[in-house]
Design a protein around this ligand. Structure first.
Ligand code: NI
Length: 302
């Protein structure tokens, strides 16, 4: 062999040796640990493994930086920028939990879901139901357990008229301010009363009061079998009394697969704005070729 061949082999060995030493030094405290398959891996692999376990690889920083439970969440008493902050936080959750925290359905079909929160009650909900019946439109009602107890006949009417009825907690406490125990009690109590009225599939949809949850709460109720239904269009009917403004907000934001937030109870004026805005919204969107479906049918493409 020529001398140059010996030199090349020498340099290759030298490079391997250097690589080994450098690689080892970069990770001098490499600790071993055992995963559930009894396979030993070092601490970098362990971090990736743990992140994968909760589905947050590459999202760790966003998850840690998000601030929950502030008064900038939706439906606050505050009059300013009602939904900007909400969307910022909700989109982080949607990215972290794409199969569990649902803001809309990805589709090219012109199908949308109208959703009405906080009912039933004896005044507003029946008027919303009258309008939906008049236009032969189905919607989804996220109801409060305590109101279901007070107005059982209205819940039966919702079901008989083809609407979806789902869990909006027992008493509308802000989840991000609750302990895990308090949070689960709110859901379980509503679940218990709802099972007297509707089938299992339907009450396993939950909308958090004020729209947001902590990652821990999302993981917990996902484990219980729930899908969390947020929204992609806030009608702002909880914040704006004028029916024209509510209509404009919904019509100007509409898109295939939209989930639209409205209310069928509460408010200072019994949701007069919502009641007056609804016929115009249905007429306009129907003309545009949109079909109104329940949340269950929208996300399952039924
Ligand atoms: Ni609500």
């Amino acid at each position: 062999m020529k001398i140059s061949t010996y030199l090349i082999i020498f340099f290759i060995i030298l490079l391997f040796a250097l690589g080994f030493v450098l690689g080892y030094n970069q990770n001098p405290n490499a600790t071993k640990f055992q995963n559930e398959n009894n396979k030993f891996i070092d601490h970098n692999e362990r971090q990736i493994y743990e992140e994968r376990q909760i589905g947050i690889t590459d999202q760790q920083e966003t998850k840690n930086n998000i601030v929950f439970g502030t008064k900038t969440d939706n439906e606050t008493e505050s009059e300013k920028a009602p939904d900007v902050e909400y969307y910022k936080k909700a989109k982080v959750l949607q990215n972290l939990y794409p199969d569990t925290f649902i803001m809309n359905h990805q589709t090219f079909e012109k199908k949308i879901a109208l959703t009405f929160d906080d009912g039933p009650d004896g005044k507003t909900t029946p008027r919303i139901l009258d309008t939906l019946k008049e236009y032969n439109v189905t919607a989804t009602f996220f109801v409060l357990g305590k109101n279901v107890k007070l107005y059982p006949k209205i819940v039966n009417r919702m079901i008989n008229e083809g609407h979806q009825v789902a869990n909006h907690s027992w008493s509308h406490l802000r989840p991000t301010e609750l302990s895990l125990e308090e949070f689960l009690l709110e859901i379980d109590s509503a679940e218990e009363i709802l099972q007297n009225y509707i089938n299992r599939l339907e009450f396993f949809y939950y909308r958090p009061p004020y729209g947001l949850l902590t990652p821990e709460q999302i993981e917990e109720i996902n484990y219980k079998g729930y899908k969390i239904i947020s929204w992609s269009i806030d009608s702002l009917d909880w914040n704006v009394p004028e029916p024209e403004k509510i209509q404009d907000k919904v019509i100007s934001s509409v898109h295939p697969g939209a989930i639209i937030l409205m209310h069928s109870a509460g408010g200072k004026d019994q949701r007069e704005g919502t009641i007056k805005a609804l016929p115009g919204i249905i007429e306009n969107l129907t003309k545009q070729g949109y079909e109104f479906v329940t949340v269950h049918n929208l996300i399952n493409e039924i």
